[in-house]
Design a protein around this ligand. Structure first.
Ligand code: AMP
Ligand code: GLY
Length: 426
């Protein structure tokens, strides 16, 4: 099978690495990819949202399967774009239709979906410019912290956890009145704050059946001990110690199964990954959000722990045999630790030379995934906030983290920073 993967982050390097290992993978292309994906496939310089250019790649390279890494092309309707295309009839597109991708693309849509299907989620209300004063009143009537969310995609910046009513009112004003996020904030969801521990659960579905392909806990704060600003994710562990049989049963019965049943009942076309962002509130799972893609850096631990052939699994999803597939996992603990540019998640410099990475990994059970890197004449340089994600295995989570940190100690670039305490609370 010839495969084209869209994206250029650590998630895509991990997906590319996993798919390249499959006997079903003939040629693997990545658009646009990064220097890490170039180690396992062929990078093609095309943007993930340039659908006509992606179509030309699919035709020229006789692509059998298109795997979409990030959410933006999915929310913009890449699935539907190819579904209607006779020249590409038969190509498998891994991802939801545009309508189903609203589960990530519109917070109001996903909240309404959860309410319709009795899926536990924080109480909320939605407002627009027409209902601005009702929104202000709603904020004042509810206790803080309170969460203010732009309805649409806002590059991970559309969620504000307000600790005071003033802060919530100000965020609400910025989104609706000042159009801080443009169209994405023309509708705003205001919801109750849930206190607990977050966990990301990943499912592959064909819209009828599903398989759980992994889970992880993401460490989102920049500072050790979960302090400081939110980031795209500074590291992950898997498995998560509280994901025991009792909790898994609640997650499948109350969340995953009603979600799949809802997709089926509403006749949404969904053939791809579902990322359930959950909160464990005193032993009870609640949904914080759905994403229609894999997580980053979660994928960097989920793929290395998945023993089953991913390409075979994606093909099974397409041909209706997903329910009959056996999924197996390596019986190990995994951790990924992300090295970021100095200043991230604020402003940071790019094009800084990276050294020592060719010598890594120090430990045999270690994988170095590229995220924001680029190949320059003089060698590898930084090209983003999150630069590399180092994944290691161990008999314990602590050992896995230690191995990842030992490898990161071999890698250098000016301003490099990473958390050494990933998994600290377990
Ligand atoms: P989202 O874009 O919906 O994932 O929100 C970003 C992050 O904000 C989540 O990963 C949570 O850490 C946090 N968050 C969102 N909604 C809530 C909530 N209702 N209660 C507590 N934390 C939340
Ligand atoms: N790590 C969180 C995300 O991918 O959205």
């Amino acid at each position: 099978m010839n495969i084209l993967l869209l994206g250029s982050g650590g998630r895509e390097h991990a997906l590319a690495w996993k798919m390249a290992a499959s006997p079903h993978c003939t040629e693997l292309y990545i658009a646009p990819g990064n220097p890490g994906t170039a180690q396992v496939g062929t990078n093609l310089p095309v943007s993930v949202t340039d659908f006509p250019a992606i179509r030309a790649l699919c035709i020229n390279h006789k692509i059998d399967m298109l795997v979409v890494g990030p959410e933006e092309p999915l929310v913009k309707g890449i699935y539907d774009f190819f579904q209607q295309d006779e020249a590409l009839n038969g190509m498998i597109v891994v991802g939801p239709s545009k309508a189903a991708a609203q589960l990530e693309g519109s917070k109001a849509f996903s909240k309404q979906f959860m309410q319709r299907h009795g899926i536990p989620t924080a109480p909320y209300a939605e407002f627009t410019a027409e209902t601005y004063s009702e929104g202000q009143a709603y904020i004042k009537e509810h206790s803080v912290p309170i969460v203010v969310k732009a309805d649409g995609l806002a590059a991970g910046k559309g969620v504000v956890i307000a600790n005071t009513h003033e802060e919530a009112l100000r965020s609400f004003e910025q989104m609706i009145r000042e159009q801080q996020f443009g169209e994405a904030g023309s509708k705003v969801v205001i919801e109750a704050f849930l206190t607990g521990i977050e966990v990301s659960v990943f499912v592959l579905t064909d819209g009828e059946n599903y398989q759980i392909i992994g889970h992880a806990k993401d460490y989102k704060r920049i500072g050790e001990g979960d302090t400081g600003l939110n980031t795209g994710g500074m590291g992950c562990i898997s498995p998560v110690p509280f994901m025991d049989e009792l909790f898994w049963n609640k997650v499948t019965q109350r969340i995953i199964e009603p979600t799949i049943a809802g997709i089926r009942a509403e006749k949404l076309t969904y053939k791809g990954f579902i990322f359930f962002g959950l909160m464990n509130v005193q032993g009870e799972p609640w949904v914080i959000e759905y994403n229609c893609r894999m997580g980053d850096p979660e994928t960097e631990v989920v793929m290395p722990l998945l023993q089953t052939d991913l390409v075979a699994l994606l093909a099974a999803m397409d041909n209706g045999t997903l329910a009959d597939t056996n999924i197996s996992f390596f019986d190990k603990k995994a951790a990924t630790v992300v090295a970021v540019s100095g200043g991230y998640p604020g402003a940071y410099a790019k094009n800084i030379p990276i050294t020592g990475w060719e010598l890594a990994p120090k430990h045999p059970q270690t994988l170095v995934f590229h995220a924001g890197t680029a190949q320059a004449n003089e060698g590898l340089v930084t090209a983003g906030g999150r630069v590399m994600a180092v994944t290691s295995f161990g008999d314990t989570l602590g050992e896995a983290v230690q191995h990842a940190v030992a490898t990161l100690e071999q890698i250098q670039f000016e301003g490099m920073y990473y958390r050494k305490d990933i998994g600290y609370e377990f």
